[in-house]
Each structure stands twice: as C-alpha cells, then as structure tokens.
Write a protein that binds this ligand. Structure first.
Ligand SMILES: Cc1cc2nc3c(=O)[nH]c(=O)nc-3n(C[C@H](O)[C@H](O)[C@H](O)COP(=O)(O)OP(=O)(O)OC[C@H]3O[C@@H](n4cnc5c(N)ncnc54)[C@H](O)[C@@H]3O)c2cc1C
Length: 306
C-alpha cells in the first residue's frame, strides 16, 4: 500500500482521498473514489496518467457522470475528472474543443458561429470527451458523423492526434472502450447554415427532450441499448418498446423507479442507492428475456463492485 505522502509527492497537493462520487453522477448515487484528481489542462492529464502508470494504479476518467452507475462501495482506484476546457473556431467550419467542455456548450458555440450539423446533440448531457467515447447520438446523428480528429493520451501518458477512422465508431461504441485512451481534445467539422434555422432546430429538440427527460429527473439517459435488427426500421428494435410491453413503467426497487415518461429510463426517485438501480435493471432484463428471449445490454457504464 502506497503511503499518502508518496501519493501526494507524485500527484501534487490537489489529490483528494475518499471523495464521494455521488456529486459527479447524474443519478446522484455512488460511493467514494479512493483517490480523486481534477485536471484542467492536457499537461495535467499527462502528469496524472503517467503517475498512475508509474505506481501501477487503476484509474478511470469521468466527465459529466451522465452515463455512469457507480457502486455504493465506490471505486478503489484513481478517478481523473476532466475539466479540460476551451473552444475555438478554426478554418471556416471546424471547431476545436477541450474534452471537458459540456456537449451542450459546443452545440451553442456552433450555433453562435452559424454552423450546422451538431443540433442532434442538443440536450445530451455530459462532456465532449464522454460523447466521443460512447459515440453519443440522437435524432439520427452521432459523434461519428461530425468528428474529424481527436487528440488522445494513452495509458502511459503519450499524446497523439488521430483521424475519425482510428476511433472505429459503432453504435454507442468506439475503440476507446477497449484501448483505454483518453480524449483531451476533439475537432468537429460542420457546415455553414442559417443561424435562425439552427437555433429553431435546437429549441425544438430541447423542448421535445425536456418532456421526456425533465432536468429534475436524476437519471443517466437510457439504461439499455436498442437491439440491432436488420428487419426493423432504423436497423434496431427500441429497447423502450419491449420494456413498455412488459409493464416496466410501473416497476421500482427501493428508491429507484422506471420513468413514467420513458420505459428505458431509471430514475433515482429520492434516496435510491446504486444497488436499487442495479436490481431494478436486472428485474427489467429478466422480464424482457422471459417474454422475448432477448438479453438487453446496458448502455449505462457500471463502475466498481456490485
Ligand atoms: C437526461 C439524459 C439524457 C441522455 N440522452 C442521451 C442521448 O440522447 N444519447 C446518448 O448517446 N446519450 C444520452 N445520455 C447519456 C450521456 O449523456 C452520454 O453517454 C454522454 O456522452 C456521457 O458523457 P459524460 O461526459 O457524462 O461521460 P461519463 O458519464 O462521465 O463517462 C462515461 C464513459 O466515458 C468515459 N469518458 C469520459 N470522458 C472521457 C474522455 N475525456 N476520454 C475518454 N473516455 C472518457 C468514462 O471513462 C466512462 O467510461 C443521456 C444522459 C442523460 C442524463
């Protein structure tokens, strides 16, 4: 076991011990991180990752915590919280963005510069880094369609800039899920558009989403992925439809309940633990499997031991 003093000598005074992660997740649940550090520059990210590598410490990057279910026992390693900011317009139609920027701030920045193509992301929570990692998307769009390059830091602290092909985007998937590389900056290629129409589109998506995901609901978006199916419209069976049909909307465990507005969303209805959420998700999976023989796969990422 490395001493506190040795850890502080490696990471600096900003290293925190046993910091609760519930304030960093949109579910508002989860126990403490044994070690926690906030990084706001690429250099700080390299330092943190290199120190973790030298000490052979398990680590994980957290952005907006909007796609995470953190165990009540917490995370027995280092959480690196990304606050790497900065957005700038390059060329006429490209935006370079720090990975810790809110995705919605990027949508607004694009609109303010009369750039179209990213409106689909209006209302998706979390950071740009988290969105690239999971190829976040909605309304027929996703990160894969607009990202032109990304700057990554690997597990040993080495930096490289890669094109979109390298990231091997798939449905809510990218190579980052297996490579463990961290996004520190991303560049998006958009098109010139009419600023009034862009803002109208953003407002209409936000209004529609607010009805489905009121900001007061503590959730992490859809719990399960849609099911790939070539014969279905858009190539997928919506998990929400199957969940609706098994009566999910009336189901709950402890403080966790299924949203009355959307059967694929679990809400912390007050005082829920992560275990409540996990158990409710398991119950939903069993019911769907019993009725349809389909095993739903989680879209939400589980952290720590359950
Ligand atoms: C109300 C609501 C609605 C949502 N709607 C949608 C939707 O329509 N479509 C959709 O796709 N998602 C949706 N989500 C889920 C979520 O917003 C996205 O998955 C989002 O992109 C996660 O970003 P984050 O920064 O919060 O990532 P986090 O939750 O912090 O982390 C998620 C994963 O990304 C990794 N990660 C985070 N930052 C980085 C980085 N810089 N480099 C490498 N890996 C990183 C983490 O290690 C973790 O494995 C919704 C969530 C909520 C709460």
């Amino acid at each position: 076991m490395i001493s506190k003093e040795a850890l502080i000598a490696e990471f600096g005074e900003q290293l925190e011990f046993d910091r609760s992660l519930s304030e960093f997740t949109t579910f508002g649940t989860g126990g403490p991180a044994r070690l926690f550090i906030e990084v706001t520059t690429v250099e700080e990210m390299i330092q943190a990752v290199s120190a973790a590598d030298r000490l052979d410490l398990e680590f994980m990057v957290v952005g907006g915590g909007s796609n995470l279910l953190v165990a009540d026992a917490g995370y027995d390693g280092l959480i690196i919280h990304t606050g790497i900011g900065g957005m700038k317009l390059v060329e006429e139609n490209e935006i370079v963005c720090g990975a810790g920027e809110e995705l919605m701030a990027l949508v607004r920045f694009a609109a303010d510069n009369s750039l179209t193509g990213i409106e689909f992301a209006s209302g998706i929570r979390g950071t740009v880094g988290g969105a690239v990692y999971g190829n976040a998307g909605a309304y027929g769009g996703d990160m894969a369609q607009i990202l032109s390059s990304a700057t990554l830091v690997d597990k040993a602290g080495r930096v490289k800039t890669v094109g979109s092909d390298y990231l091997r985007f798939g449905y809510r998937d990218s190579i980052l899920k297996t490579s463990g590389e961290i996004v520190v900056e991303a560049t998006f290629r958009l098109s010139k558009g009419d600023p009034v129409r862009i803002k109208e589109k953003i407002d209409s998506i936000l209004a529609e989403r607010e009805a489905k995901f009121p900001p007061t609901d503590k959730c992490a978006g859809c719990i399960f992925k849609n099911i790939p199916d070539e014969k279905s419209k858009h190539g997928k069976i919506p998990a929400g439809r199957l969940l609706e049909e098994i009566g999910a909307k009336s189901m709950s465990v402890g403080g966790a309940r299924v949203s009355p507005r959307h059967a694929n969303i679990i809400i912390n209805g007050g005082g829920a633990t992560s275990k409540d959420i996990r158990r409710l998700a398991d119950k939903l999976k069993v019911k769907v499997f019993e009725k349809y023989g389909i095993m739903l796969e989680e879209e939400v990422i589980q952290v720590g031991q359950f």
